[in-house]
Design a protein around this ligand. Structure first.
Ligand code: FA5
Length: 349
């Protein structure tokens, strides 16, 4: 070891330790670290001397350099901790720190009213034995129209102006696009709902948006009845509102149901007196429904002589408006957090 050039190494260690102890701030400490232990620092540079040593002396010298680096590193870490502690202490003692000031409050999040109603509907329908399903927003012409007994030249296509994609697919105009899919997926008898966003290429007003939410419901069994359909719809509404609500039933035309109905709700924004939501009529179209057309059952792979079904297409956005007395549908997807932070709860109470 006597032959090794360790004197300079130990001198370096002494000066590194001294500089470490002398550093009065974290910044100057970082400078010391760079100077001695950085890639080009003076301790690391000692390694370059290995090449000038006898082969037999190299391991011992290499170890000595590493030991020095470890000791200096340890002292730097110690010093860094004590400088940080001193910094904290100083900040607490500084005259501009007032520990009695209230902290920064973390705002409480809120669920969107659509989510509240969506969760509530899921709960109601699950309790009645329905599956809750999810189908794609981008769908084919077949599932959105053809399979629902609406061929290309059918005037009913104009009832729902469509956003077409360049690849021939479309943004579904209604959740009914899931009907044929469900029939192909599940063996009857079954009951299912599928909530989701739908899109229509139309201008907006207080009760119409181009993007809105519906919930489709479908029930397939050997025998189903209009009476059961209507009573299920009334149960659904009284569960959501927690009381009986005034509804009216009218005949409605949809190519995929026969007979078809329109179930309207007495407008809860104006109490039935007339407003911009109900177009001064006192009634809001909410829940079209009917018995599934035999052609749709066939498209779903079911024999209409053996199976029957009912379906409904609930305007969920409008239901939310009625439930919370929202006077313009465009608030729902307007993106203003102040709007939905007014709603509280989980929808399940
Ligand atoms: C349909 O979409 C049918 N698929 C419903 C259906 C399903 C009928 C199953 C029979 C059997 P309609 O276009 O009327 O129907 O829309 C259904 C509901 O969605 C309406 O009653 C209304 O509440 C809501 N709705 C329709 N257009 C809009 C819109 N632009 N903005 C907000 N809600 C709308």
């Amino acid at each position: 070891m006597a032959t090794l050039p360790v004197d300079e190494l130990f001198e370096l260690e002494a000066s590194a330790l001294e500089a470490t102890d002398a550093a009065g701030e974290l910044e100057s400490l970082a400078e010391v670290e760079r100077e001695y232990l950085g890639k080009k620092g003076s301790i690391r540079r000692q390694m370059r001397r290995l090449g000038q040593l006898d082969q037999s002396d190299r391991p011992a010298f290499g170890k000595a350099v590493n030991d020095v680096a470890t000791r200096v590193e340890a002292r730097l870490t110690e010093r860094r901790a004590s400088l940080k502690a001193a910094e904290r202490e100083a900040a607490l003692e500084a005259p501009n720190f007032d520990p009695t000031l209230p902290g920064i409050t973390v705002g409480q999040g809120a669920l969107h009213p659509l989510t509240l109603i969506d969760w509530r509907l899921d709960e109601i329908f699950r309790s009645m034995g329905f599956y809750v399903l999810d189908y794609p927003e981008v769908d084919s012409e077949y599932f959105n129209f053809e399979g629902l007994n609406i061929p290309a030249d059918h005037p009913a296509r104009d009832m729902q102006d469509t956003f077409w994609l360049t690849n021939g697919q479309l943004l579904r105009t209604h959740t009914s696009a899931g009907q044929v899919r469900t029939m192909r997926e599940f063996a009857p008898p079954f009951k299912a709902i599928f909530p989701g966003r739908v899109f229509r290429y139309e201008s907006t007003d207080a009760s119409h948006d181009h993007t809105f939410h519906q919930v489709e419901g479908i029930y397939i069994d050997r025998e189903v009845s209009v009476a059961h359909l209507i009573s299920s719809m009334k149960t659904l509404l009284s569960e959501v509102f927690g009381r009986e609500v005034k509804v009216r039933l009218r005949p409605g035309y949809f190519p995929f149901v026969e007979p078809g109905f329109e179930l309207d709700i007495s407008c809860l924004v104006c109490g039935g007196d007339g407003c911009s939501v109900c177009k001064q009529s006192g009634w809001v179209e909410l829940l079209p429904c009917g018995l599934i057309h035999p052609n749709v059952l066939r498209a779903g792979g079911l024999d209409p002589d053996e199976w029957q079904g009912w379906a409904f297409g609930l305007g969920m956005s409008r239901l939310v408006m009625m439930r919370y007395q929202i006077e313009d549908i465009r608030h729902l997807l307007g993106g203003d957090v102040r709007f939905w932070s007014q709603f509280t709860g989980t929808g399940l109470e």
